[in-house]
Design a binder for this molecule. Structure first.
Ligand code: SF4
Length: 368
């Protein structure tokens, strides 16, 4: 696949998250959706969901589609939606919740409908911590059962882990367990205090740096890919400390130029910049964790909103960020989490609250 460019991102998201429903039988402490047992009033009906999928497929570059929730298995028309999305040429991933609805048969049906990957949430290396997170005894065991079924069905798995104060000391153990099991991708999500993702579970900005070091060490040795979610400053950390350290030179204007040789330019993917989200009610937002409603499907077009809405355009303009992020030499590859800035300060253009880096205002990051 051709890498995305900045020009692509101004027209097309790379990842499209459709929250098919808010309904879910779990009561996770950090739930973004503040999910509830039954579907909420106003949930897009089948016809509307199909129309949305058709519109998502009309981007110049079709995004990867993640059908999420709530628990997508609570949607009775889920397999119809999957089949339709696949017929539209979309690559579909599914994130079922670890409840009794997630049977081996349901996963097999999802695969038969065309799902290319599953995402499962695993938040600890032991049942006690994980089940406390998820608000359901037996959830840890169920998640491992799902992982085994996905492996039997030969569907690649992404494990999603929310890093918080409760599990930050279990990263190494989890990394090894996942390596022994054989997953495709580990996605570490850094808590945003929205929904039930309460403030007191956030790790401190200083702790991020040591967590980044751990993640990087595992990324170099584990057999699966690792990515961070809502921690774009991991890219800054890698550029600073990774295998190919930055070279700093002085140019004629006496501005320090930071050059990173031998690597393809990393393009920062973030809320509204490569990512788009539509809620169960059709609310169009830059991300699930950035609940600024920029339009409503079907009245508004997701293509038009992504390309032209002032909020989307602003968060793709790092020079306009406020505070440290706006003057940071890493702002084009990082730019901070717009979701966390909004959740903590109420200003989506504010500086990333969980980054300790002090920008070098004379530095210019030059990427090949
Ligand atoms: S100050 Fe902002 S742009 Fe710079 S590294 Fe930190 S989060 Fe990223």
């Amino acid at each position: 696949m051709q890498p995305y460019t900045t020009a692509d991102f101004s027209r097309n998201p790379m990842m499209f998250y459709y929250e098919t429903t808010q309904a879910c039988d779990l009561e996770c402490r950090h739930c973004r959706a503040s999910a509830q047992k039954e579907a909420a009033e106003g949930e897009l009906v089948t016809e509307q969901s199909l129309a949305l999928l058709k519109q998502i497929a009309s981007f110049d570059r079709k995004p990867h589609l993640v059908l999420t929730g709530g628990d997508p298995l609570k949607r009775k028309d889920l397999f119809t939606l999957i089949r339709f999305a696949v017929d539209q040429g979309l690559e579909v991933a599914l994130t079922p919740s670890a409840t009794p609805l997630a049977t081996r048969e349901a996963l097999a049906q999802a695969k038969a409908a065309g799902v290319r990957a599953f995402g499962f949430s695993l938040d600890a290396s032991n049942a006690e911590t994980h089940d406390a997170f998820r608000g359901l005894e037996g959830s840890f065991a169920k998640t491992w059962e799902l992982l085994r079924w996905a492996r039997e069905l030969e569907v690649p798995v992404q494990v999603n882990t929310t890093i918080s104060r409760r599990n930050v000391d279990q990263i190494d153990e989890m990394a090894q367990e996942l390596a022994d099991f054989g997953i495709a991708m580990w996605s570490l999500f850094f808590l945003i205090p929205v929904g039930r993702g309460v403030e007191e579970h956030r790790i401190s900005p200083v702790e991020y740096e040591s967590v980044f070091a751990k993640i990087y060490a595992h990324a170099r040795k584990q057999p699966y890919a690792i990515k961070t979610c809502e921690a774009p400053h991991y890219r800054r950390w890698v550029l600073q400390h990774g295998d190919h350290p930055l070279h700093v030179r002085r140019n004629v204007s006496d501005a320090a130029t930071v050059r990173r040789p031998m690597h393809r330019a990393p393009l920062g993917v973030g809320d509204g910049k490569g990512i788009m989200f539509v809620s169960h009610r059709g609310e169009i937002c830059p991300a699930g964790f950035l609940p600024i409603v920029c339009g409503r499907f079907p009245a508004d077009s997701v293509v038009d909103i992504y390309r032209n809405h002032p909020v989307f355009q602003a968060i793709r303009s790092p020079d306009q960020f406020h505070g440290n992020c706006g003057r940071c030499e890493y702002r084009y590859v990082c730019g901070g989490s717009r979701s966390r800035a909004f959740a903590v300060t109420g200003d989506y253009m504010a500086s990333e609250p969980d980054c300790i880096y002090v920008p070098n205002e004379k530095a210019v990051l030059v990427l090949p």
